[in-house]
Ligand binder design. Structure first.
Ligand SMILES: C[S@@+](CC[C@H](N)C(=O)[O-])C[C@H]1O[C@@H](n2cnc3c(N)ncnc32)[C@H](O)[C@@H]1O
Length: 256
């Protein structure tokens, strides 16, 4: 039986207010540099930013001479991204797409999921998304997924946060390994802005990469872009699609 504090609308990511979803458009240069370095991208290569929000990272990736495509579920974010690209005279394609039904032929040199944008869906859907991302990579291409560093979050877990009239209550469910957040504004529960994120350990995430046929090449901390430690604020895992497909019998078991 789910406890009341675990109950968040299943599709909570469809109702979160725009203004609490994204960092400002003018941030992202340093993040884009790290992404380019970890994905080992070269000018002219094809990259997928999913989900791209308003394109704040894609903008810097395109400025570095890469061919970018951005996907997001919110049309208003995509319009902002297109406007920004147009103004700067940059090429880029932005397409509305629910990532739960994303599918693509293998055509990307790199795919990235940045700023806590992974872990929203059910366990099966999260796992399947990695498999579909892997399917969209060219042989030798790389997938990068960034999340908050779960170990640090759990060591410093704050149950309650107050910002003006907004009170947030956070819970960790050790069975589902999800961090659940409820918001109360002026004493009224704000269900539209609740969230439920599956947080992975680096080992769990890299085991999902490997089950999808990718070899894990990096586990990095951010900010800094150096080794991942217990104190790193965020973790970045990168996997590479081998040039020769890994046979089913060679794939390791998924670590639950
Ligand atoms: C925290 S924001 C990060 C956006 C972007 N990666 C960035 O760094 O600015 C999460 C994004 O996920 C998008 N999103 C949420 N659910 C989605 C879904 N099911 N399919 C595609 N995009 C989704 C939101 O619209 C939002 O733009």
């Amino acid at each position: 039986m789910p406890r009341r504090r675990d109950t968040v609308p299943e599709n909570w990511f469809e109702t979160v207010e725009d203004r609490v979803w994204l960092p400002p458009d003018d941030q992202g240069k340093e993040e884009a540099q790290l992404i380019r370095r970890l994905l080992k991208l070269r000018r002219g290569q094809r990259v997928l930013d999913a989900p791209c929000g308003a394109g704040r990272i894609a903008y810097h990736i395109a400025r570095a001479g890469l061919d970018v495509e951005g996907l997001d579920i919110r049309d208003q974010f995509l319009s902002r991204a297109r406007r920004r690209f147009r103004k700067a005279g940059l090429q880029g394609r932005f397409r509305i797409q629910d990532l739960r039904s994303f599918r693509s032929a293998p055509c990307f040199h790199g795919i990235y999921t940045w700023f806590g944008s992974f872990g929203y869906f059910s366990e099966a859907e999260n796992v399947d998304l990695i498999r579909r991302f892997a399917g969209a990579l060219l042989p030798g291409g790389r997938l990068l997924i960034e999340q908050v560093n779960r170990e640090r979050i759990l060591r410093n877990f704050r149950r309650k946060g107050v910002v003006g009239p907004i009170v947030s209550y956070a819970y960790w469910n050790p069975t589902t390994e999800r961090a659940i957040n409820h918001r109360v504004v002026d004493g009224i529960r704000d269900a539209a802005n609740s969230s439920s994120m599956r947080l992975y350990t680096p080992r769990q995430l890299s085991s999902l990469f490997e089950a999808a046929g990718l070899e894990t090449t990096e586990a990095t901390g951010y900010p800094g872009g150096h080794s991942l430690t217990r104190g790193s604020r965020r973790m970045v895992i990168v996997g590479r699609k081998p040039r020769r497909p890994v046979r089913q019998s060679e794939r390791p078991e998924v670590i639950p």
